[in-house]
Design a protein around this ligand. Structure first.
Ligand code: ATP
Length: 810
């Protein structure tokens, strides 16, 4: 099969990763891969010039003995040697010595033509809004151009417009073929051969505005850009005690504004789906911000979505918001319109992993497509890659806009995923000073503690917990420095304002410690009693999990532990059993991607060089594995799989083969990602020396240990938003369990095992697991969970580096 991929509509980060994945997986599956430049416009223009240069390097090559890319992978070798590896890199294809793209919009590409593409923002194959493709003649010409090159399978990455175009094209295809045949432009044989068009859509859109998928490609990166801007503005706003009104993208969808509000710690947001409830949004906003100022806030951040409206559908514009804040509250207010900076820049880790997985699924869907199957859109739902009928998703998306136009805001919200609604409610809970105090007797003193190593999002979670407590009339108590600090009475009450700027802070504001309560359980119990804790929130990694287990077991002897207790997983290792994500796991992945992009650049700049990059992660291979997928590493070593001589011998052969197959005159950097404890014997140092020795004249080797840089300086927006969502759930859990206990006689309260629980994320929904039950899913010796979801990703990452025989993809 010949598969072509195009990007269309507004560009978004991650589109290159889609092209890379479709090309690589397509070739690995035995297909020819093509790209269409300039979206649908390129299809319409087609190829007016013949291929200018020899695209296949047919000089014989001597593969190393026992080359791991063997003869059975002829197609791969052929495709590796097809192209020059630099095609389109500068967006024009006009590199000296490479194929010229002049007059060619539909271009065959080789495996290595798309190497390293996913570190680049935008789309390297160009995108456009094509008026001609909207016309029947335009689509007829597009069909002709495709058939001329023998292509009848298409992957389209774009917004709802582009996907509609795809659907129209597919529906019309038989008619187009008939016309082309009757006009004598194609033969009957060709008409028969290309009777059906296979088409698959991927959603590339920074607004996250498509229904039936939880995330669109490019939205997480845009959120990164917005949060960076808010973090920068925060310091200047605070210095001058100013107000800032930020306009962000999102004509019909408030996802960016909402998530930016939650993760950037904004005071007020305006989104299209949920306008302010009162008739006068001006009063509502001013009242809220006035109260913030009254308690001593020096800065004000208001976020306005591009499509923000009031209850009567009148647009709410940033300049008007500014005038209101200036005139009514006397605030020195500035407007910042982020505009196209939101689209730009390097894709974040998620916008590399998601498009890669979705691109792979798109190829599968094309291969399985039949004349009667619908065109699919590839989405992601509950952390699983999905296929949904394309037009159903487009119609559902339009239904949101219709609901807004009909002022049915409840309906508009209900069309968004449940996380959207929860995030909105969460935002209100932690950003306003309204009170929803619970009855006096239900009010609690809640201890909040950080455990283990710092992880991105710990402080954001604490901020959310504190604000929830205050809103509900509870007392939030910081326990500094873990159980050590508790024994030393390092505790103090936290305030609403005191935690205001904690969202963007990395590290741990409370201080953490690895000491387990078992060190002196009796003394810990007496401190619980002395400080009259009614509930405990522990934010941390495996230590927090182990501590909760110890405290729960300690209930047999110490009544002070008969209070509700929760563990909110936060660790860069992501090694807490059962949960798919911990706070900090996204931040660390981004830190890894940043470091590896820089390392790879240096590795390619000098000569062929392999970099062995060592990651943290303890005995859990999460960062190494998912990091390998996000950075395009060639090999990955994890503690779960270990390293032995056979593996090393095979891997060295693989690297030699890859360097032998590289285009002549091109210097390539390659990454090998290795977890710090993947092997006691084959350490990073040993490995680097071995590769250097074995690489001979083919490649050199160096190593880099990322160490604590993986904790990341600033928490990622994803970790911050997750922190808020989880933390609020934790607080509600403590309240619920406390009320249950209050029903028992005060002298002999007995907490059930369920009241000591861990909050976990599974398939994007949140669940509570009693800590005792978690044990069955934990490898306590190696401090990690059993059967993690990322187990299969190692093979996928290595396969995309050109090693198909491992998983039988060929
Ligand atoms: P964004 O989210 O950035 O707006 P989009 O994909 O929705 O992206 P559009 O401009 O709506 O952007 O569509 C991109 C292109 O898709 C159009 O320029 C046109 O070529 C094609 N297209 C859109 N709708 C149709 C349609 N109904 N029929 C044929 N082609 C269409």
């Amino acid at each position: 099969m010949k598969i072509a991929v195009l990007t269309s509509g507004g560009d978004s980060a991650g589109m290159n990763a889609v092209v890379r994945a479709v090309v690589k997986v397509g070739i690995l599956k035995g297909c020819e891969a093509w790209v269409v430049r300039e979206g649908y416009e390129g299809l319409v223009r087609g190829n007016t010039e013949a291929l200018s240069e020899q695209a296949i390097d047919d000089e014989p090559i001597n593969l190393p003995d026992n080359a791991s890319t063997d003869g059975s992978n002829f197609n791969l070798i052929h495709n590796l040697r097809f192209g020059d590896g630099d095609l389109l890199k500068d967006g024009t294809g006009d590199h000296p010595g490479t194929r010229s793209l002049k007059g060619r919009y539909i271009v065959r590409v080789g495996f290595d033509d798309v190497r390293g593409w996913f570190a680049e923002g935008g789309t390297l194959i160009g995108t456009a809004r094509s008026k001609t493709f909207r016309t029947a003649e335009g689509r007829l010409q597009a069909a002709y151009n495709m058939i001329k090159e023998g292509i009848d399978a298409l992957v389209v990455c774009g917004g709802d417009g582009s996907l509609t175009g795809a659907d129209v094209f597919r529906a019309e295809w038989p008619k187009l073929i008939e016309s082309l045949q009757s006009e004598g432009r194609i033969t009957a044989e060709k008409a028969k051969l290309h009777a059906h068009l296979r088409i698959v859509g991927l959603v590339g859109s920074i607004d996250n505005d498509m229904s039936m998928t939880d995330l669109t490609i490019g939205a997480p990166t845009a959120l990164h850009r917005i949060c960076e801007a808010i973090d920068n503005i925060n310091s200047t706003a605070s210095s001058h005690s100013r107000a800032f009104v930020l306009e962000v993208m999102g004509r019909h969808c408030g996802w960016l504004a909402l998530l930016a509000g939650v993760s950037g710690g904004a005071d007020f947001i305006f989104i299209p789906e949920r306008p302010p409830t009162s008739e006068s949004w001006e009063d509502e906003m001013c009242d809220c911000i006035h109260r913030h100022r009254e308690v001593g806030k020096r800065k004000t951040i208001v976020i306005v979505s591009e499509g923000a409206i009031d209850r009567n559908l009148n647009p709410i514009k940033a300049d008007h918001v500014k005038d209101v804040l200036t005139e009514r509250l006397g605030l020195d207010t500035r407007v910042t319109t982020l505009g196209h900076t939101q689209r730009g820049g390097r894709p974040c880790a998620y916008d590399r992993v998601l498009p890669t997985l979705q691109g792979m699924e798109a190829v599968e869907a094309l291969l399985e497509a039949t004349p009667t199957s619908p065109s699919y859109m590839i989405g992601i739902r509950e952390n699983k890659i999905t296929r949904v009928p394309l037009m159903e998703a487009v119609e559902m998306t339009r239904a949101v806009s219709s609901a807004i136009e009909a002022k049915d805001f409840e309906k508009a919200m209900s069309f968004r995923d449940p996380e959207f609604k929860e995030s909105f409610e969460g935002f209100l809970k932690i950003s306003t000073l309204d009170h929803e105090k619970v009855p006096e007797e239900q009010r609690m003193r809640i201890a909040i503690m950080h455990m283990g190593a710092p992880a991105g999002g710990m402080n954001a979670a604490t901020r959310a917990a504190v604000r929830y407590c205050i809103r509900h009339g509870h007392t939030p108590i910081a326990v500094h420095n873990g159980f050590r600090g508790l024994l030393d009475d390092e505790i103090h009450e936290l305030s609403w304002l005191g935690v205001d700027s904690w969202t963007a802070r990395g590290g741990s504001e409370l201080g953490t410690n690895r000491m387990l309560p078992s060190v002196d359980l009796g003394a810990i119990a007496s401190k619980f009693q002395e400080h009259q804790f009614h509930g405990l929130l522990m934010i941390g990694g495996f230590e927090a999990f182990s501590s909760l287990l110890i405290l729960e077991e300690g209930r047999k002897h110490y009544p002070a532990f008969h209070i509700p207790m929760v563990h909110l997983p936060a660790t860069i290792s992501n090694n807490v059993p059962m949960t798919e994500w911990s706070l900090g796991s996204d931040t660390s992945l981004n830190a890894l991607v940043d470091a590896c992009d820089a390392i790879k650049q240096s590795a390619s700049a000098s000569r062929n060089r392999v970099f062995v990059v060592e990651t943290q992660g303890g005995k859990c291979g999460y960062i190494a594995t998912v990091g390998a997928l996000a950075t395009g590493a060639s090999l990955v070593y994890t503690p779960e799989q270990g390293i032995d001589l056979d593996t090393l011998r095979r891997d060295v052969r693989f690297l030699k083969t890859r360097y032998t197959l590289d285009a002549k005159g091109r210097s390539e950097g390659r990454l090998v990602i290795k977890n710090e404890v993947a092997s006691q014997v084959y350490t990073t140092d040993v490995m680097q020396k071995m590769l250097k020795e074995e690489g001979g004249t083919l490649f050199d080797a160096r190593s880099a240990s990322l160490g604590h840089t993986l904790q990341g300086g600033v928490p990622s927006p994803m970790d911050r938003a997750r922190a808020v969502r989880l933390s609020i759930k934790c607080m509600a859990f403590l309240e619920r369990e406390h009320i249950k206990l209050l029903k028992q006689p005060s002298k002999a309260r007995h907490a059930t095992p369920d009241s000591a629980a861990v909050i976990i994320i599974q398939s994007s929904s949140l669940k509570w697991v009693p800590v005792q039950e978690m044990v069955a899913h934990a490898d306590m010796k190696n401090r990690r969970g059993n059967n993690p979801w990322w187990a299969g990703i190692k093979e996928l990452a290595e396969t995309l580096a050109g090693r198909p025989q491992l998983i039988g993809l060929h």
